[in-house]
Design a protein around this ligand. Structure first.
Ligand code: PGA
Length: 254
């Protein structure tokens, strides 16, 4: 059975005090629920990672990860943070290829391919983001667009390596906008993503890869996406900044 996963992408929000408060509340609320089946991954800003990881129970379904890592493991890259550094503070996941970084920081496919390799080499599970613009969807080319992103970013991996990857489908036009695709559109894309993985790695590998939906997913609409057979959870931005709404999304998955 595939893992069910909800990821909180805090982006560039919360100072340390606010971040600790939010994480503590989420941990407390989730801790009260028996038989939790979903994995929950918090992605705070880099500088909060160590402190937040220390709040987490030693074992269980709560984890921390980073919103990015540098392509190199160390060196003269002023201001950057590397995968081994993230591992050393207890991060076990890293977001790679978020559309905001593709768009505003010029992160291109070749760089993302290398970042995925670097992350895996240093023990971080990549959460690889893909998704089309409004223009691409209007033209009806969303599936071929996303297939190209997947091939460029992931198809250099071995079957063993890709088994460590989580895929997040986030249509750019739904991120932070309040508009979302309808569930049948989300299911169609997730099915296309799984088929693309199957065409390269076979059916068994593709059936085990978690594929998350992201883009204005919130406490009100999460369930209608999570009931789709190829949707294994969510990548949550705005609605992860408040404990009650975020935990309601986790509840919707369970
Ligand atoms: P949103 O962001 O939930 O605020 O749309 C999702 C994301 O960018 O990961």
């Amino acid at each position: 059975m595939r893992s069910k996963i909800v990821v909180a992408n805090w982006k560039m929000n919360k100072d340390l005090h606010e971040g600790l408060q939010l994480a503590a509340r989420v941990i407390q609320m989730l801790g009260n629920r028996a038989n939790r089946s979903a994995q929950v991954i918090l992605l705070p800003p880099f500088i909060h990672l160590d402190a937040i990881r220390k709040l987490l129970p030693k074992s269980g379904s709560l984890h921390v990860g980073a919103q990015d890592c540098h392509v190199h493991a160390y060196g003269a890259f002023t201001g950057e943070v590397s995968a081994p550094m993230l591992r050393s503070v207890g991060a076990t996941f890293v977001l790679i290829g978020h559309s905001e970084r593709r768009q505003h920081l010029g992160e291109h496919s070749a760089l993302l391919t290398q970042k995925v390799t670097t992350a895996l080499l240093h023990g971080l599970r990549p959460i690889f983001c893909c998704g089309e613009s409004q223009q691409v969807r209007t033209a009806g080319h969303q599936e071929s667009f996303v297939q190209k992103q997947l091939a460029a970013g992931l198809f250099h991996l071995s079957a063993g390596q890709i088994a460590q990857v989580i895929i997040a489908y986030e249509p750019i036009w739904a991120i932070g906008t309040g508009s979302t695709p309808i569930p049948t559109q989300v299911q169609a894309m997730h099915y296309a993503i799984r088929s693309t993985i199957a065409s390269r790695y076979g059916e068994e590998v593709s059936q085990n890869i978690p594929i998350l939906y992201g883009g204005s997913c919130n406490a009100e609409n999460a369930l209608c996406f999570f009931v789709c057979p190829d949707v294994d959870g969510g990548l949550i931005g705005k609605a992860s900044l408040e404990a009650v709404s975020f935990v309601s999304i986790v509840d919707a998955l369970e």
